[in-house]
Design a protein around this ligand. Structure first.
Ligand code: FAD
Length: 509
């Protein structure tokens, strides 16, 4: 404890420049530069936007009918005829997502569609709710404040915990943390900290599961890295915002318009079935039911399982790019996630928070009251007297989506009794396995943005990034890194990239 306090940083943390712009190099790419980006989620859009802004002729190829991938949204008609747009699910737009927010400023310079969500309570059947918002913005004060304020932890817990292990949370250093903790499951690390079961459940398990894994299936190194990224090393504190309308209206339709205004071609409903190296360092991109494309600069910005399948289905690539083939074949995908949106005939209790992380339920991991979050749901609720509630399960072991919905609904009724008697007017549900996984021992096995195959860059939230980042921001940041590598090859300067301090307060030099 003394060690923690004596090395306290007196200054507030600031974002770091991870990649500086280079004013000595031209901003624009040479005339005639082209690129093909496969995948129209956050990673693909981020790569395409940077390239198109620099004058590169970009073709963006997306398999689904709508852009957005796991942040995507599509029209949906309710039984009463109301047109709504439903999404893959609630997303927290953290304030330290510097790259993704810079991207979003292209379509809304003031980010006026984002609204603070308010508190971030963790709720459970066993213990009172805990709220992680509003803690100080620099270490170790944020850690000390957490211990002092949290009802499940006291300063005594900090003093009696295994301090040399607890200090590892403040000592994040990519190389050292990985070397020491990558093989260890996060559950084992948490158990050996010596904290109470309540503290583990309320503070760490719910956090670990938002990375689509049970703590037993998550690497302790990844948990420590993410604890630094989202909490201890986050210059903005742990606050986040969310869109005040659906993602199609505020994000994906404007991005499509923006890209097309820059001359990019956006192909939706176009699945890439194979990639083949051809003469003069070009890649041929085969598209289902559309003419193939040829490119010198290929960005693969798919979800992890799709990258594995695409490379497996591209025999010539497996021969010409063995490193990429080896890494792609080794990609593991997280267990399925389930998202169920319920239109209920009545409101939930007034004191419920808009977004709630859930601890220690077998299936349910979060609850969001959409009718208090976004305008279209609020309008439906005001008209009908009902409410719109979304339930998430991040590592779901239900046999199918109906079972997942039934389980989450029953668990919600136990947590919020007023929902037990509510009639479900309509359900939209989805279960799929497209998220990356960070198992113990996984370091060094993932595809990197560059260097795995000539002319091919890989982007996405599953990709090994040289900079500490997570989830949506990891997708965006790797997309910009992919674009920067292409710009570098053609002689143009990089896009600036900001991030959090990359090392913990106690990390040794
Ligand atoms: C329920 C849920 C909640 C989440 N909550 C949060 C949150 O609160 N905060 C946060 O930061 N992150 C959150 N995430 C994670 C976030 O959604 C992802 O990190 C991010 O969207 C990943 O973007 P991506 O571009 O890497 O991949 P994706 O979004 O998966 O995009 C990949 C795209 O590639 C396309 N594609 C795949 N194969 C092909 C092919 N062969 N040809 C053409 N196109 C292809 C896919 O259709 C898809 O559109 C959440 C995710 C889920 C599922």
């Amino acid at each position: 404890m003394n060690e923690l306090l004596s090395r306290a940083a007196p200054l507030r943390m600031r974002p770091r420049v991870l990649v500086p712009a280079d004013p000595r190099r031209p901003r624009g790419a040479p005339v005639g530069t082209e690129a093909v980006v496969v995948g129209g989620g956050i990673a693909g859009i981020s790569a395409a936007v940077v390239l198109a802004e620099r004058g590169v002729a970009v073709t963006l190829v997306e398999a689904a009918d709508t852009l957005g991938g796991r942040l995507g949204a599509w029209p949906h008609t309710l039984p009463d005829g109301t047109e709504q747009v439903v999404e893959h699910g609630f997303h927290a737009f953290f304030r330290h997502y510097y790259t993704w927010r810079a991207m979003l400023r292209r379509i809304d310079p003031e980010l006026s569609f984002l609204r603070p969500v308010g508190g971030y309570p963790v709720i459970s059947r066993e213990w009172p709710a805990e709220d992680l918002t509003g803690l100080p913005g620099s270490p170790p004060l944020n850690l000390v404040a957490l211990f002092a304020r949290s009802p499940s932890l006291g300063l005594r817990d900090l003093l009696s915990s295994n301090q040399s292990l607890a200090a590892q949370l403040l000592a994040y250093d990519r190389a050292r943390t990985t070397a020491r903790f990558d093989e260890m499951p996060a559950a084992e690390f948490l158990a050996s900290l010596g904290m109470s079961d309540r503290a583990q459940a309320m503070l760490f398990e719910a956090f670990a599961r938002s990375f689509f894994a049970d703590p037993g299936a998550l690497s302790a190194a990844e948990l420590i890295a993410m604890f630094h990224y989202y909490f201890l090393g986050n210059p903005e504190g742990i606050g986040f915002d969310a869109p005040d309308t659906d993602h199609l209206t505020c994000i994906w339709a404007p991005f499509r318009t923006y890209l097309e205004s820059l001359g990019a071609e956006v192909l939706t409903g176009s699945r890439v079935s194979a990639i083949t190296p051809v003469d003069r360092h070009l890649w041929q991109v085969e598209i289902d039911a559309a003419p193939s494309l040829r490119t010198r600069h290929l960005v693969l910005a798919t979800d992890p399982g799709a990258l594995r399948d695409l490379v497996a289905g591209s025999p010539d690539t497996r021969v010409a790019a063995p490193k990429l083939a080896r890494k792609a074949a080794a990609i593991e995908v997280a267990p399925p996630f389930a998202v169920t949106r319920l239109w209920l005939d009545r409101d939930v209790a007034a004191e419920r928070a808009t977004f709630n992380a859930v601890s220690r339920e077998p299936t349910l991991d979060s609850v969001t009251i959409y009718s208090r979050l976004e305008r279209p749901s609020a309008e439906w609720a005001a008209r009908t007297g009902g409410s719109v509630v979304e339930l998430h399960s991040y590592a779901c072991d239900a046999p199918d989506v109906d079972a997942a919905t039934a389980r989450m609904r029953a668990e919600l009724a136990a947590l919020w009794p007023e929902t037990a008697a509510a009639e479900v007017v309509h359900v939209a549900q989805r279960m799929e396995a497209t998220a990356p996984t960070w198992p113990p021992g996984g370091a060094g096995t993932r595809p990197a943005v560059t260097g795995d195959a000539r002319g091919v860059r890989i982007a996405g939230d599953h990709v090994d990034s040289p900079f500490l980042t997570g989830l949506m921001e990891r997708a965006s940041l790797t997309g910009v890194l992919a674009a920067n590598d292409i710009l570098d090859e053609v002689g143009a300067g990089p896009e600036e990239i900001l991030g959090v301090p990359q090392r913990g307060l106690l990390a040794r030099r």
